[in-house]
Design a protein around this ligand. Sequence first.
Ligand SMILES: C[S@@+](CC[C@H](N)C(=O)[O-])C[C@H]1O[C@@H](n2cnc3c(N)ncnc32)[C@H](O)[C@@H]1O
Length: 231
Amino acid sequence: MLAPASTSIPFVDAAATPAQLRRFFYAAYCDTPNPLRWLSAVRPYVCPYDKLLQFVRNGGEVLDVGCGAGSLLALLAATKKIRRGVGCDVMAPPLESARAAARRLDAESILTFEHVRSVAEAPEGPFDTVAMIDVLHHVRPRDRSDVFAAAARRVKPGGVLLYKDMTARPGGRRLAHNIDDYVFTREWVEQVAEGAVETWASDHQLALVHDEFIPRLIYGHELRVFQRLEH
Ligand SMILES: C[S@@+](CC[C@H](N)C(=O)[O-])C[C@H]1O[C@@H](n2cnc3c(N)ncnc32)[C@H](O)[C@@H]1O
């Protein structure tokens, strides 16, 4: 049985602003201890979830690779955008937060979260949407093409691979990301090289349908949407 929540979960829709998303996540992650609850709440100011939603296939099935605490899937369930969502991650503790948020949102019947040793163990699908948000820069450079390939293989014909990662463009926004990750993970990450995902996507018969640089606060985001062509 769920403990009483300290506050009700505010309504959100596809037009939600980062401030509205902060209030939504703060309430939905009420079972996650601080500071992780607080970090989940402020993440929409850094990560442009509000820009990502429009690219997820309406009413479809979603695989979120490296879902962490499951924020994207929680939001997709709350906005009634998807029929089913599966999140997978190599780290188990954030998945507990993800499951607790799904319970709070009364979305346990549509959201599941799986601990995997690699994306190769994720459900095969294929899925209408496969998301990979801020994952690849945490993967060793020599393993990145394999992780991307495993995600790409799970996109069904006509479906999309929604990719977002921190910018590799030289300058202050890249440095801000390095410092941020160093503070939180003690790792000086190497961003995904410019043009790399476009090459891997093309190797897997995925066409680039949207390409956007999103500056947010002191950070820079590279959004790419790839589509698998219908046979
Ligand atoms: C910065 S977090 C992003 C979490 C989530 N996608 C989001 O946007 O909130 C990066 C996540 O990628 C996961 N990760 C790193 N390497 C991975 C891999 N090879 N396969 C799956 N997940 C991985 C980490 O465990 C972490 O949860």
